[in-house]
Design a protein around this ligand. Structure first.
Ligand code: ASP
Ligand code: MG
Length: 420
């Protein structure tokens, strides 16, 4: 079995869906296909949740209509020979969504969120399955809400591995004559039977879960880039393809902010030594990147990762006490219990500096959070540059004329906080 994952950009309209069908037609293997919501659907469904909870009926209706018209438009553009059944199905799904407005609403935001936002993947997988059928490709549609078992930590659910493995294996063993399976990324279900989601951008992770459970030969994530590049082409000219890297290196790059794969994806694959391929859906015959055990190629190409929109926050102990283990424990506890993610940290005797995503922190609330023991200073508009496998020349060239607020180096990695 091979596992394929198609993200939102690869199924964003009728033409791209046909491209996906072309890719699938190229393979004779057994395929388990995971699909994300089409294009920006997940963001639009988040708006549906918001307007539902605000009890704003007009905005709710218009946000539902936006999602509905988009999907109906794609189905119309596909001009499938028999789309009557699909159109009926879409209608039922949107009727059910509209009915939620007048149904009792849970006080639990995450619960409502998951019940609604999960619709995006249901729609895209339904549409893809019908498209395949119209090309006489027999694909079995499987409901991830019956296969991927999670806890009920809504919005960021944790996988119950033993239940999930059992369900997936039983399901596939029960369908020995089927070759192609289509299911949804990002979504699962709790033991109570409610829909859960695995966290934004979680479809890559779903592909890894399926591959682990079914002992797949490999996983391919089909992207709009040629593979994993050594830098983001938005910020760097002359990027290079990393044709082969190790699991460990992929995890490091994802941790430092390379956004090609969801950070949770690699671990289950590494545990079973299942290669992860990143390939272009635009040029599907090109090799792309393979992520596997082998480490010899890791250091061949330096990688550059830029995180923009950062804020550098420095905490000072008001009583002039040292930033010792006790103070650090307090600081981390407050970040952790307020779900504030730290991108980099450093301390001296009297202060602790940390870098945070500017759009995720409210500085006033943060200052309050550390009162009365600590006071806070901060620099806005900074960016974080990480260089893996650096050389002195590379750093000199990159940093020329830049103002460095903070720097850290290990043997493999150099990181700089730079002001604009
Ligand atoms: N559709 C979900 C999202 O946009 C999951 C994914 O695309 O991986 O976050
Ligand atoms: Mg998406």
């Amino acid at each position: 079995m091979k596992v394929f994952k198609f993200g939102g950009a690869s199924v964003k309209n009728a033409e791209s869906l046909k491209n996906v069908v072309n890719i699938i037609q190229h393979y004779e293997d057994r395929l388990f296909i995971i699909v994300s919501a089409m294009d920006k659907t997940t963001n639009q469904l988040e708006e549906v949740v918001k307007t539902l909870l605000e009890r704003n009926e007009r905005s709710f209706e218009s946000s539902v209509r936006l999602v509905e018209e988009f999907h109906r438009g794609v189905v119309a553009d596909l001009s499938l020979p028999s789309s009557k059944e699909l159109i009926e199905e879409l209608k039922d799904l949107f009727d059910a969504l509209r009915r939620r407005y007048n149904s009792p609403i849970s006080a639990h935001f995450g619960f409502e969120y998951d019940q609604i936002v999960s619709l995006g993947e249901v729609l895209s997988s339904r549409i893809l399955a019908s498209t395949l059928k119209s090309y006489n490709i027999d694909a079995e549609w499987l409901d991830a809400r019956q296969l991927i078992r999670t806890d009920n930590h809504y919005k960021e659910a944790n996988v119950d591995w033993s239940e999930t493995i059992l369900k997936l294996q039983n399901c596939i063993q029960g369908l020995p004559n089927k070759r192609i399976f289509i299911s949804q990324g990002f979504i699962g279900h709790s033991s109570e039977g409610y829909t859960t989601t695995l966290g934004r951008e979680g479809s890559d992770y779903s592909a890894a879960i399926v591959a682990y459970a079914l002992d797949a030969d490999n996983v391919t994530i089909w992207k709009d880039v040629p593979g994993m590049l050594n830098a983001d082409p938005k910020y760097f000219a002359n990027t290079q393809l990393l044709s082969s890297i190790s699991y460990k290196e992929a995890i490091e790059l994802a941790y430092f902010g390379a956004s090609v794969i969801h950070p949770k994806t690699v671990k289950p694959l590494q545990n079973k030594n299942i290669p992860l391929l990143i390939k272009s859906f635009v040029n599907p015959l090109k090799e792309g990147t393979v992520i596997q055990q082998e480490q010899s190629a890791d250091k061949l190409v330096p990688s550059f990762i830029v995180k923009k929109h950062q804020i550098l926050v420095t905490l000072f102990a008001n009583d002039f006490s040292f930033i010792n283990e006790d103070a650090l424990a307090k600081i981390f506890e407050r970040f952790y219990s307020n779900a504030i993610k730290i991108n980099l940290m450093q301390n001296s005797a009297l202060n602790f500096s940390t870098l945070l995503d500017a759009d995720k922190v409210n500085m006033e609330a943060l200052i309050e959070l550390f009162k009365p023991e600590f006071s806070c200073r901060y620099n806005e508009n900074v960016e974080l540059l990480t260089v893996r496998h650096y050389t002195q020349e590379i750093l000199e060239e990159l940093l020329e004329g830049r103002i460095i607020l903070l720097e850290q180096r290990s043997r493999q990695t150099a990181r700089f906080v730079l002001s604009k």
